[in-house]
Design a protein around this ligand. Sequence first.
Ligand SMILES: Nc1ncnc2c1ncn2[C@@H]1O[C@H](COP(=O)(O)OP(=O)(O)OP(=O)(O)O)[C@@H](O)[C@H]1O
Ligand SMILES: [Mg+2]
Length: 255
Amino acid sequence: MKALLEVRQATRRFAGLIAVRDVSFTLAPGEILGLIGPNGAGKSTLLHCVAGFRRHDSGCVILEGKDVSSWSSDRRARAGLATVFQSATPIGGLDVLGNAMVGCHAWTRRGFAAGIVKSRGQRREEHAIREAAREALELVGLAQLAHRSATTLPFGQLRLLAIARVLAQRPRVLLLDEPVAGLRAGEKARLREVFLDLKQRGFTQILVEHDMQFVGAVADRVLVLDRGRLIADGPPQQIRRDEQVIAAYLGTATV
Ligand SMILES: Nc1ncnc2c1ncn2[C@@H]1O[C@H](COP(=O)(O)OP(=O)(O)OP(=O)(O)O)[C@@H](O)[C@H]1O
Ligand SMILES: [Mg+2]
């Protein structure tokens, strides 16, 4: 299958440290890719290079055949490479639906809530955003809570709202850095369902995770980084048996 996203020989240095070293991988449409590795392995840096928050010093990022390496993170987001932030603090005074709408200004001409007197075009635009946000809330199971104050949501549902905010922008690829960190077992199980459901609906996802059990349950393929290098790339069952991976994790966590 043709790759939706391709990273070619990405390298990123911080002063004397090579955080990401010559990493290449491809991502097929609809695939869930788990990205694991010990602390400091370069997972977040690699994800940021893909999203455009950080520039790689060499190598390139190709989205649907286009080299997006020189594009800003905003432009990449508009092209469908969307990042879910872990700490999506809800905007007080807006309900859950309003909070799901805020990410959409990225694809409108005038931005969200621009002015009190609205032209017909603006009203149409806002209507489209509202519909996209409603659909996004449906996707994560928060539609029933659309008119609740967002600040009253428990932690697990706030994480779902952060995902909805990004889904409302109708992305192709979701980039998530430790999406289940700090969640309880029940909340993790809910997120697992959501990720698998999004996969069924054709969304492509990259999940950076420490929780290998979680990754094993959702990812089609797992990449393992160790000190900036890609040391394994394969299905979860193969990764668990990989001796280099086991050695990289020795004394840190269980794979
Ligand atoms: N802004 C920065 N300046 C200098 N060094 C950095 C910077 N960001 C990351 N690093 C270093 O780059 C390496 C990779 O960091 P990164 O945050 O990508 O790792 P990670 O795999 O996401 O780790 P964790 O599991 O702890 O989140 C680490 O050695 C880190 O200290
Ligand atoms: Mg990290």
